[in-house]
Design a protein around this ligand. Structure first.
Ligand code: 5RP
Length: 259
């Protein structure tokens, strides 16, 4: 791995080998989703507790101060909205040149393994991997689960391993029972998305279980910025990822910090 790629990876996955990524890229297909009505207001108090921020280029330019020192993993795939039955039928929506212009530490691209349009998403992903690799920029593959996919370890293992074999530097997927198999059969670091908002104690348990199964961290959005207290929640997530807190300890921390 070239020095530049190693340097950028060290910004994404911290010296303890773990990471808490804050995903705020939802607007590229969900618009002003709850909690992201004004990304500047939402993200400002959370940034000091995030290892990485994952926005779109528009969110970065319009909402995030340019003097931010939190590393950026930029969402570069898209092309459909939540109104489209083929939502997440994604292609390249941001050039590598613009990602470089934005001084990102990495790029993020969704592949929809198992969908009727999987090939389109995979070819777009590998095109961006080639461009990014040429510039020493890591690619995070988001193995987004299509609407009618069975969320099980077999599927997540397939999608995650494909992403890694096709060139991903990091894979983001969803926690499922038997997650050890997903991690053990994926040759690159794995982080989990938080998925739809769930009660804080459940989200913290999911993060804990993923870490116990070998994930290096989370790339969490809704379960942080839609929490009743996002700043308390991201600190509780950090306690699970970086301080090996149990779900109970982390929820106690959340409860103490909230409000
Ligand atoms: C949407 C994404 C989001 O970044 C991903 O879902 C993480 O956010 P959340 O924790 O809210 O699921 O990739 O396609």
């Amino acid at each position: 791995m070239d020095w530049g790629m190693k340097n950028r990876m060290s910004k994404i996955i911290k010296p303890d080998g773990k990471t808490v990524m804050l995903a705020v890229d939802h607007g590229y297909f969900m618009g002003p989703t709850t909690g992201l009505e004004n990304i500047a207001e939402t993200v400002g108090p959370l940034l000091p507790h995030a290892d990485v921020l994952m926005p779109t280029r528009g969110a970065l330019r319009h909402y995030i101060p340019a003097d931010t020192d939190v590393p950026i993993v930029l969402r570069v795939s898209g092309g459909t909205s939540i109104l489209n039955p083929d939502v997440l039928h994604e292609g390249i929506v941001c050039s590598i040149d613009d990602a470089v212009r934005l001084n990102v530490a990495g790029i993020a691209f969704s592949i929809l393994v198992g969908s009727s349009f999987e090939r389109d998403t995979i070819l777009g992903f590998t095109e961006m991997v080639d461009e990014a690799n040429g510039l020493g920029i890591p690619t995070l593959a988001v193995t987004a689960v299509g609407r009618d996919m069975v969320r099980d370890a077999r599927y997540m293992s397939l999608a995650s391993r494909m992403a890694a074999e096709l060139g991903a530097s990091v894979v983001k997927t969803y926690y499922v029972d038997g997650f050890e198999k997903v991690v053990d059969t994926c040759p690159v670091p794995v982080v989990i998305a938080g998925g739809k908002k769930t009660p804080e104690d459940e989200a913290l348990e999911t993060a804990y279980n993923a870490m116990q199964a070998g994930a290096v961290g989370v790339d969490m959005g809704r379960n942080i910025f839609q929490s009743e207290d996002p700043v308390a929640m991201i600190q509780a997530v950090n306690s699970v990822v970086h301080d090996d807190h149990t779900p109970k300890e982390a929820f106690e921390l959340f409860t103490k910090l909230k409000g």
